[in-house]
Ligand binder design. Structure first.
Ligand code: ARG
Length: 460
């Protein structure tokens, strides 16, 4: 029957047109085409080695697959939804090119282990790409941190001024977040690097296949030891989505800070024109759209993670068609995270830090208050008492409408006789930062040390 599906033997009619469209995955899984062909070449080569195919049959199949690959690469391949998915489109074209011997490729294989194989190949490659992009992004964060290793900005808790920090220190906090993401990518890769091929539909195969050989050809370091697990496992996709959700969460936090810091109210940072957009009505606007979009798209990537967790949660073993739903969310997540990392890298590398605005803004805060309390504690006052005394000093300043830095020694002495001239010096943002010399702290010495650790980590 012309145009019949490849599984059409037991059917008396074709699926309803809408069913055909609803059932088909080729519109999105065509993305797996080159992995599918690679897997098929390995499979056919193995089948010849174990004598299931003759050497001649295998080489006709392999050469035919090479032609199909070229057609796909050249954009000449015609994808048909009536052929359901990437696997059957390719096999159908192969058979059209080389004749009935093409039908031998599917010996000892099911689409269930085939799609699992394709996805493992695809995810492994994408994780390697993510590793590279994260490394480049981390290296930019480190470069920009080095550039601003003398710039002091307000540090916040509860989004209230807390203690001043080096801008380098602030940026390096992100470096470490992304270094953990990269570690997660590398760890997840180990669990993606397993070959499911040979599981058949669910129970293995009656043919004398050599699973180790296929795994070796495709550079997998392990085999699934249970055929039912091999075809129904989507853990590695959930894990990959969760890593991408985490990367987006980190980018989104940075986005939020960029949005705040580029606002008129803060004005600490200006983004390069190339990474902003204007308004169609308000001529003065320069909007941080990219940061906003990354913040927005974070929700979308979280959605893909939650979507797949929900899809898999009620599934009995082994393969169920629900699992076809593992793809679009994953593809979309990669399509979101990868450009976000690339654009962020360029956006952060080209931003302007407005040091004059920052310096001015810092004059009017109370972020040296802890240091004044530390000063008294170092003179022997219990820290709790010191805290109380400085709280009163802050109150006095607020009442007199002056900044902490504008206080004089006489006023300080009214609050405690322990204050000497050097107490005024410790109020300077530079002194506050310099004094935080503990490991992992914000002093230039501690940050220089941190930069060394980060540099070593980057080269890992
Ligand atoms: N398109 C399917 C998927 O993505 C391939 C496997 C189909 N297997 C089946 N028994 N219908 O999951």
């Amino acid at each position: 029957m012309k145009g019949q599906a490849m599984w059409g033997g037991r059917f008396t009619k074709r699926p309803d047109h809408l069913v055909e469209l609803f059932n088909a995955s080729v519109l999105f899984d065509a993305r797996l085409a080159l992995h599918d062909i690679k897997g098929s070449i390995a499979h056919a080569t193995m089948l010849a080695k174990v004598g299931v195919l003759t050497e001649e049959e295998a080489s006709i199949i392999v050469d035919g697959l090479a032609i199909v690959r070229t057609e796909i690469e050249d954009g000449k391949f015609v994808w048909q939804t009536s052929l359901e998915d990437v696997h059957m489109n390719i096999e159908h074209r192969l058979t059209a090119l080389i004749g009935p011997v093409g039908g031998k490729l599917h010996t000892a294989r099911s689409r269930n282990d085939q799609v699992a194989l394709d996805m493992h190949l695809y995810v492994r490659e994408e994780l390697d790409m993510l590793d590279e992009l994260l490394t480049e992004w981390m290296s930019t964060l480190l470069d920009v941190a080095r550039r601003y290793d003398q710039v002091i900005i307000p540090g916040y808790t509860h989004l209230q001024r807390a203690q001043p920090v080096l801008l380098a220190h602030h940026l390096l906090a992100y470096f470490w977040m992304f270094s953990r993401d990269r570690e997660r990518v590398r760890d997840a890769r180990k669990r993606v690097d397993w070959s499911p091929l040979g599981a058949g539909a669910l129970a293995g195969t009656t043919f004398p296949i050599d699973r180790e050989d296929v795994a070796k050809q495709l550079d997998f370091h392990q085999l699934y030891e249970n055929s039912m697990d091999a075809v129904s496992d989507r853990d590695y996709i959930v894990e990959t989505l969760s890593i991408m959700a985490m990367i987006m969460m980190h980018l989104s936090r940075l986005s939020e800070e960029l949005i705040l810091f580029t606002s008129y109210e803060f004005g600490f940072i200006e983004l390069d024109d190339a990474y902003t957009t204007g308004s169609s009505i308000m001529p003065q606007k320069k909007n941080p759209d990219i940061a906003e979009l990354v913040r927005g798209k974070t929700g979308r990537v979280y959605g893909h993670l939650l979507g797949l967790l929900t899809t898999v949660k009620g599934l009995p073993l082994a393969y169920n068609k629900d699992l076809q739903e593992d793809k679009e969310g994953l593809f979309d997540a990669f399509d979101t995270v990868k450009p976000a990392l690339v654009i962020f890298k360029a956006m952060i590398a080209t931003m302007t830090v407005k040091t004059d605005v920052i310096e001015k803004a810092m004059r009017h805060d109370f972020s040296a208050a802890t240091d004044l309390a530390d000063y008294l504690a170092k003179k022997g006052l219990p820290f709790r008492q010191a805290h109380e005394v400085v709280g009163k000093i802050v109150r006095t300043c607020l009442d007199r409408q002056i900044a902490l830095i504008d206080i004089d020694l006489a006023t300080l002495k009214e609050h405690s006789e322990h204050f000497e001239q050097d107490a005024l010096t410790c109020l300077l943002p530079r002194s506050v930062v310099d004094a935080r010399n503990s490991r992992g702290g914000t002093s230039p010495v501690a940050v220089a040390q941190q930069i060394q650790y980060a540099t070593a980590m980057l080269q890992d």
